[in-house]
Design a protein around this ligand. Structure first.
Ligand SMILES: [Ca+2]
Length: 322
């Protein structure tokens, strides 16, 4: 695929061990051109997400890629955030305490950067959203025409017909800012969402980790340094000897959509109560007689199956051949 045909992507991210993998995979994917990173809260606070995003680009030798810092609060300005340091380490990268990056974020906010790039390349920018959806909702508030100007938004988020991973109702990225998620899902943008019903099928095993350790790939070597914390969390929380590849699967869904199958319908997000963060999908099988909160809302694509071995193979290839 020629330079002109590469898919331009912006990764909205909260690095994050699996975010680090996803960023490296995107940088090594010949079909993708990463035109920027924007940072959000989730695995870590936004300030640390920015620091880690800059650090990861320096590791990759890609400090030419701009990083725009995102919101420090939810769309409703709530500053008491849900931070998953027990999954990724208090530094977000497996408690390795890497030295601070040399570079700095650009002056624009994440929302401003998202809007600017959508205007610069109308219909051509794919946003891969790997954290809470605050920045994307802010971009929509900043420019109501944003949903029509962005190309596609590929989201890691939601739990469709399965339990959540924060509690039985909610998946982490949606739970971190359900109001923002509901704005994004009902915005009319071309949205593909990859929920944990998909990503829990895509597992990097202990054997895969061994292969990464034996590989001389730069990214494989780096990822092995930060993986132990993530493996240990999965052993304790799920009783598995492996890790779920949430963020890598989502970036691969953006690059190679044919590795997944999808269904279409309206998704709404519960924003309060014990099911706060629940994603509820209307499979459009019934024509409801009454007007409901789902009526006349735009449809989104929800992933329903994934070719997990093919995704893991791409993950391994990109990390080892680096
Ligand atoms: Ca993430």
């Amino acid at each position: 695929m020629g330079e002109a045909e590469r898919k331009k992507i912006i990764i909205d991210t909260d690095p994050g061990i699996d975010d680090a993998m996803a960023i490296f995979i995107a940088l090594r994917s010949p079909d993708l051109e990463v035109i920027g990173l924007t940072t959000t809260h989730g695995n870590v606070y936004t300030t640390l997400a920015t620091r880690n995003a800059l650090h990861l680009l320096e590791i990759a030798g890609r400090s030419d890629i701009p990083v725009a810092e995102g919101s420090h609060a939810t769309i409703k300005k709530v500053t008491k955030l849900r931070i998953a340091s027990f999954v990724h380490g208090s530094d977000g990268l497996g408690n390795q305490n890497f030295p601070p990056p040399q570079g700095k974020a650009i002056d624009q906010s994440a929302a401003e950067f998202l809007v600017e790039k959508a205007n610069q390349f109308p219909g051509k920018v794919t946003v891969v959203a790997l954290g809470t959806l605050t920045n994307i909702a802010m971009a929509i508030e900043l420019d109501p025409g944003y949903p029509q100007k962005v190309g596609q938004i590929v989201i890691l988020g939601g739990a469709f017909s399965v339990n959540g991973n924060v509690n039985p109702a909610a998946e982490a990225n949606i739970f971190g800012d359900p109001d923002a998620a509901d704005i994004v899902f009902t915005s009319g943008a071309d949205i593909l969402t990859v929920g944990i019903n998909i990503t829990h099928q895509v597992i990097l095993t202990d054997a895969d980790r061994g292969k990464l350790e034996r590989s001389e790939g730069k990214f494989a070597q780096y990822i092995c340094k930060i993986l132990e914390f993530y493996f240990s969390y999965h052993r304790d929380a799920y009783g598995i000897k492996g890790v779920y590849l949430h963020d890598p699967t989502t970036v691969i869904a953006a690059a190679y959509p044919s590795l997944l199958t999808y269904t279409e319908g309206v998704v709404r997000v519960q924003t309060c109560g014990i099911t706060r963060g629940l994603t509820l999908f209307d499979n459009t099988k019934k024509r409801y007689a009454e007007i409901t909160e789902w009526s006349d809302k735009p449809k989104v694509k929800v992933a329903v199956t994934v070719d997990a071995p093919a995704v893991v193979e791409i993950v391994m290839d990109r990390l080892m051949n680096s």
